[in-house]
Design a protein around this ligand. Structure first.
Ligand SMILES: Cc1cc2nc3c(=O)[nH]c(=O)nc-3n(C[C@H](O)[C@H](O)[C@H](O)COP(=O)(O)OP(=O)(O)OC[C@H]3O[C@@H](n4cnc5c(N)ncnc54)[C@H](O)[C@@H]3O)c2cc1C
Length: 373
């Protein structure tokens, strides 16, 4: 075989898997179609280290997020990646929302997030004097991370372990051989093929297409794109909160509702919203026409905001396994040996909390039987 393990995609998940597997295995090869790592969803998100409070108890999202949260803080401390455990408030603004708040509190305990503190209005206002709420939950274990710094560190870990990266290299074909796989790659200079024992599909928004190229696609792998836009907060209003502030989630949410996130420079953003992209066209522009909607959503709990304080910022696209009206979906992380494709591993629908869970996802992949020594 030309390579032992080939990973398709150098987003945060592909990088974390490369760093983990290269600790044990030689010949780890990463293919990325852009000229650098993290050019898609991994650099277009809220950079929140989630606690794992909302997801259904028996889901991969819940277990990998709770484990990933701890692993990521440990990694950031050990590897000097910039981060901050700033904590998050989930706020109710009326009686019906207080009932939803209690459900969130119960679900988080079921998921093993034990640090949540149910707060009265007065207690919440002591933490965040400038917000409006009637009750809240405080989760100290939620934080923020420099996603670029994290990816840079993961890439270096993999390189130190002798993994090889090929950028500007797009996978265009995958063929099952008697032993292993033949992978075809398009580069500026032309197309070439090589063989691999094991292939890991961490191609994010294109992961269902890669499954299609390999013949492992099934209808439940179909991805739907949901755009999440953000508005930045200016006029020094970013100074008026110290924690992440989220509204309560509503049924079958495709996002967590427009919330207030901080970055490591204390910049503040509102968002992301969730807009279904029927045509799957990737477009990261944020239309100014959405400003009034963002303002209306956020002023419920950020009464100091005025519409002129906010301006269009970035957008990202969620690779969801869920179209409008569908129930909440889980991550797909699967070795496809049952389809006659041993050692072909699909990671599909890795939306939020994929950044938080990158290290626990890598650990899960490393425990598949194909890697048992
Ligand atoms: C708006 C938004 C907010 C979010 N907020 C958070 C958050 O606060 N916290 C959190 O935990 N998660 C968050 N997420 C989720 C998180 O960003 C993703 O789960 C994570 O970045 C997924 O990483 P990935 O490596 O799977 O995918 P990607 O970053 O998309 O990487 C996939 C890579 O595969 C490459 N690729 C695709 N096709 C090919 C091919 N044929 N050949 C070679 N390379 C290919 C792509 O170029 C890309 O670089 C958010 C997501 C969005 C959209």
């Amino acid at each position: 075989m030309d390579t032992n393990i080939t990973i398709i995609g150098a987003g945060v998940v592909g990088l974390a898997i490369a760093a983990k597997l290269s600790e044990t295995f030689p010949d780890v090869f990463v293919l990325e179609k852009h000229d650098n790592f993290g050019q898609e969803t991994s650099s277009r998100n809220s950079e929140v280290i989630h606690s794992g409070i909302y997801y259904p108890a028996d889901s991969l999202k819940a277990s990998l997020c709770v484990e990933g949260n701890r692993m990521l803080y440990d990694y950031c401390i050990k590897k000097d990646v910039n981060h901050k455990k700033c904590g998050k408030l989930v706020v109710a603004t009326d009686q019906p929302e207080e009932e939803i708040l209690l459900k969130v509190f119960k679900q988080s305990k079921i998921n093993g997030v034990l640090d949540g503190l149910l707060l009265t209005k007065d207690q919440a206002l002591k933490l965040e004097p400038n917000i409006f709420c009637t009750a809240a939950i405080f989760y100290p274990s939620t934080g923020i991370v420099d996603s670029h710094g994290l990816m840079k560190r993961l890439e270096s870990d993999a390189v130190i372990n002798q993994a090889t990266f090929a950028y500007n290299a797009e996978v265009v074909g995958i063929e099952k051989l008697e032993m292993g796989y033949l992978i075809s790659v398009k580069e500026a200079s032309g197309t070439y093929s090589f063989t691999a024992n094991t292939v890991i599909n961490a191609a994010g928004l294109a992961s269902d297409e890669i499954a299609g190229l390999s013949g492992t696609f099934e209808p439940s792998y179909k991805l739907y794109f949901w755009k999440g836009s953000y508005f930045g907060v200016g006029n020094r209003k970013n100074k008026l909160i110290e924690h992440l502030v989220y509204p309560v989630p509503h049924e079958n949410t495709t996002g967590l509702g427009v919330h207030a996130t901080l970055d490591l420079n204390h910049g503040m953003k509102l968002g992301p919203d969730a807009t279904f992209l029927e045509n799957k066209k990737i477009d990261y522009t944020v239309p100014k026409t959405r400003q009034a909607d963002f303002y209306q959503a956020a002023r419920k709990f950020l009464p100091f905001l005025e519409e002129g304080d906010i301006h269009p910022d970035q957008a990202g696209i969620r690779p969801k396994l869920q179209k409008p009206g569908d129930p909440t979906s889980d991550f797909i992380i699967k070795d496809e040996h049952a389809k006659g494709m041993p050692g072909f591993i699909n990671l599909i629908g890795i939306e939020s909390p994929g950044l938080t869970s990158c290290l626990s996802i890598a650990k899960m992949v490393s425990r598949f039987s194909i890697f048992a020594k």
